[in-house]
Ligand binder design. Structure first.
Ligand SMILES: O=C(O)CCC(=O)C(=O)O
Length: 260
């Protein structure tokens, strides 16, 4: 049997459902290497943010590519950008989504210090300044992706398939925006709980309705790569502190995701 992913089916499935899972995409040594690069960044962040982690019941950190995490060795930053945009991954993404994908940011998801914290349904841009009606209107022109790489096996995220193609039902709207007595952690119909082993990856549309799942996982540690096709609405989220500069880009071997 061939190990080459079936790109046509993956692309079809993504268009229909808004997500795809690629099983055993990364080998154990590859995950081990990713973990060994992520862990020191996470530990540095923890040192600075332990109070906020507890006080604000944080469930993620972001901006792992920020230069402050690479002060001791700037070559490590270039290597980290290469790790994010490995030829294996950029090739997969290009085959499913075509050309034009660029890197935006990274996030690391974990469980809250408060074990009773509830996960909340959302579309990623709902926390931005872009009005919901504009998001709805532009949804068909947006390609905002999360590539989730679990560093620990998890049943860590729930999605509502097809919500990348349609906007909210009345109930979904009430839950997402906590209207008319609803809360954003209420169960919703038609959801799927995604189970990922170490080595699997999940690619999903950041604008589909989704939430984390904390309760079923003693520990979570999932690296999310946020990549997207360029769009005037989301250009404002490109933070140059998180992207390689021109000199660094020249050193990154497979630098297509960094051609802004
Ligand atoms: O894993 C989580 O807690 C939530 C994930 C999420 O909201 C995201 O990737 O945008």
């Amino acid at each position: 049997m061939s190990n080459i992913p079936d790109y046509i089916n993956l692309s079809y499935d993504f268009n229909i459902q808004g997500y795809v899972i690629i099983r055993n995409f990364f080998s154990q040594p590859e995950i081990h290497h990713i973990t060994s690069c992520v862990e020191p960044i996470y530990q540095q962040w923890l040192k600075e943010n332990r109070d906020a982690l507890i006080r604000d019941e944080l469930i993620n950190m972001h901006s792992l590519t920020h230069p402050k995490y690479f002060q001791d060795n700037c070559l490590d930053r270039i290597k980290f950008f290469e790790l994010i945009a490995s030829p294996k991954l950029t090739n997969l993404v290009e085959n499913i989504f075509d050309q034009g994908i660029i890197f935006h940011n990274t996030q690391l998801f974990f469980n809250s210090h408060n074990k009773s914290k509830s996960p909340y349904w959302h579309r990623d841009l709902q926390y931005s300044s872009i009005d919901d009606t504009i998001q709805k209107k532009e949804q068909k022109n947006l390609c905002l992706l999360h590539i989730r790489i679990p560093l620990v096996a998890e049943k860590g995220i729930e999605l509502i398939p097809e919500t990348h193609q349609r906007w909210d039902s009345e109930l979904e709207k009430n839950v997402r925006f906590q209207l008319n007595g609803h809360t954003n952690s209420e169960d919703l119909p038609g959801t799927v709980l995604i189970e990922l082993n170490v080595g699997d990856i999940l690619i999903f549309d950041a604008q589909m309705i989704h939430r984390g799942n904390y309760r079923l996982n003693k520990v979570r540690k999932a690296l999310d790569l946020c990549v997207a096709k360029q769009h005037p609405l989301t250009k404002i989220f490109l933070d140059k502190d998180l992207l390689p500069n021109n000199e660094e880009i020249a050193f990154i071997r497979n630098n297509q995701w960094y051609q802004y």
